[in-house]
Design a protein around this ligand. Structure first.
Ligand SMILES: Cc1cc2nc3c(=O)[nH]c(=O)nc-3n(C[C@H](O)[C@H](O)[C@H](O)COP(=O)(O)O)c2cc1C
Length: 509
């Protein structure tokens, strides 16, 4: 396998580094890439999901397939399966910190038992003619950073390279990656295999600094490449010339996003390809100034036309129009780990029902940091409810939200219960508020013949919420130019997507 003197590796990332994503990274300079990790249990059971992750293409080479597991036999069998797929290398994951993996004695859990790690690795080495590499962390926790011993033992059992993420399992993704131990492994005279450093590389300057300071043989990049595959070419250029390459133009961003979408549709089929791509859109826009403004200018469109609309919006071709929450349905979710802990400044306060079918994030297609949320039984804004009033006060005064959405929905069990003469125990005083709405609108509601429709008269209920909002002691909305909108679902029980909601009432500030 041929690699440059100082290779840049695309890190394996579950649900991210699939073939369409790898294609855009390859095009932008990734020297070695990996599949997302694949469960050895899944592989030997022939699970479709695991099998599908084995898909690699010639244009990606060199490419490695990563597996994880805690059982020697499953490792051995999986190594044979991977061997038959003929990637350029087989990589073993001994670093994944997530509970579902660690609980099964795989991923980072294996760091607690180096003998087991050696046996699992040997099971792979003995059952494939491919080079076997390992990706792991510094150790299980602060008191057990055993990476130096791990490196020696794994080299002895026959691995060809080691990638080290400079955190312990206990750290998950918190704190800064510590590369000093990675450098220690690299500088150990016993170590002959290439050592690749990983963790927090997000700029050409940092890549150069870490290359020189820690002396690693290459750098592996994960999160910084999500939505920004140009990181590879930028680092290469900077390492070669000491100069910063111009950032990609808006057109380049849109083209890469389009290519990613097309690849996604081709590989996963139209429905899933489009759906799963949603998580990437926001990343491709990340960092652009006025990104919220761009997003709000996206015209109404079928999702297939999304990229076209995106291009128009970004290049100013689209007409500016007032923000519509349905736009947000088209934007991707941002992985919590990617967002990190950077404080919040959401534009929206959402007040809705606790009903498990109507989650605000799903309805609006938004991710972490975009909406401040309050939910309660039957979606009520009651002026003596200190909880909702505190939420409103905090959202308006401190977070400075621009819109408050009071979202009602059909088939609300709370509304139904309130309108029937039954004893609901502790819920009685709470549901009393709905009963009061009923009392006020008795004639109007009784005139509705169908019982179902009567319970579904959520416009009435949310209008009351709106009035409660307006008459509450919450900060002065008009002064803030705040807009209050009432949204009602179109009739589907789970109200997806939000685009099907309509504005029932709107009171400008
Ligand atoms: C969404 C996500 C999924 C990941 N999945 C994997 C995986 O499948 N296998 C693996 O070895 N590491 C996985 N990782 C860890 C990364 O490969 C990498 O070690 C980590 O993100 C640190 O590098 P970075 O700071 O450059 O992102 C994942 C990380 C993220 C953010």
């Amino acid at each position: 396998m041929e690699l440059p003197d100082f290779p840049l590796l695309l890190a394996p990332m579950e649900d991210v580094s699939d073939p369409p994503f790898r294609a855009v990274c390859k095009e932008n300079g990734a020297d070695l890439m990996y599949t997302e990790f694949i469960s050895t249990e899944g592989l030997i059971r022939d699970a479709i999901k695991s099998r599908q992750k084995l898909d690699i293409f010639d244009y990606e080479r060199p490419v490695g397939i990563q597996i994880f597991g805690g059982d020697e036999e499953a490792m051995a069998l999986s190594a044979k399966i991977v061997d038959a797929t003929q990637p350029d290398l087989l990589d073993i994951n001994f670093g994944c910190p997530v509970k579902k993996v660690v609980c099964k004695g795989a991923g980072a859990a294996v760091l607690k038992d180096i003998d087991l790690m050696v046996r699992l690795t040997k099971a792979c080495v003995d059952n494939t003619s491919l080079p076997v590499t390992v990706k792991t962390r510094l150790g299980w926790d602060d008191n057990s950073k055993n990476i130096e011993e791990v490196a020696e033992r794994l080299q002895d059992v026959g691995i060809s390279a080691l990638s080290i993420h400079g955190r312990t399992r206990a750290q998950l993704y918190k704190g800064d990656a510590d590369w000093t131990l990675i450098a220690k492994v690299k500088n150990n005279p016993r170590i002959k295999i290439p050592i690749f450093g990983n963790g927090d590389i997000d700029s050409p300057q940092k890549a150069k600094e870490y290359k020189e300071r820690y002396g690693v043989d290459g750098i592996m990049i994960g999160r910084a490449a999500i939505g920004y595959p140009w990181i590879f070419r930028e680092i290469k250029h900077y390492l070669a010339t000491g100069e910063t390459l111009a950032a990609p133009s808006i057109n380049e961003r849109v083209n890469a996003c389009r290519k990613h979408l097309e690849g996604s549709i081709k590989w996963k089929g139209e429905k899933l390809g489009i759906l799963e791509m949603r998580r990437h859109y926001a990343n491709y826009l990340r960092g652009l100034s006025h990104v919220k403004e761009y997003r709000s200018r996206l015209p109404e469109t079928e999702e297939e036309d999304y990229i076209l609309s995106l291009r128009k919006a970004l290049t100013g071709e689209a007409l500016s129009y007032e923000i519509a929450p349905s736009d947000y349905n088209r934007m991707g979710e941002v992985e919590a780990v990617v967002v990190g802990d950077k404080g919040q400044s959401p534009d929206f306060l959402y007040i809705g029902c606790s009903d498990s079918r109507v989650t605000a994030e799903d309805l609006m297609g938004v991710g972490p940091g975009e909406v401040f949320i309050h939910r309660n039984i039957a979606n009520m804004v009651v002026s003596i409810d200190m909880n909702v009033m505190s939420v409103i006060n905090y959202a308006v005064r401190h977070l400075k939200v621009k819109h408050i959405i009071v979202c009602g929905h059909y088939s609300c069990g709370g509304v139904k219960a309130a309108m029937q003469p039954q004893d609901m125990g502790i819920l009685n005083p709470w549901l009393r508020n709905i009963r009061d709405v009923y009392r006020t609108h008795k004639d109007e509601l009784n005139a509705i013949e169908s019982e179902e429709a009567r319970y579904d008269s959520r416009e009435t209920a949310v209008t009351h919420d709106l009035l409660a909002l307006l008459f509450s002691y919450a900060p002065n909305y008009a002064e803030r130019g705040l807009k209050i909108q009432l949204l009602c679902g179109s009739g589907e029980a789970n109200m997806r997507p939000f685009g099907k909601c309509r504005i029932a009432a709107s009171i400008p500030g």
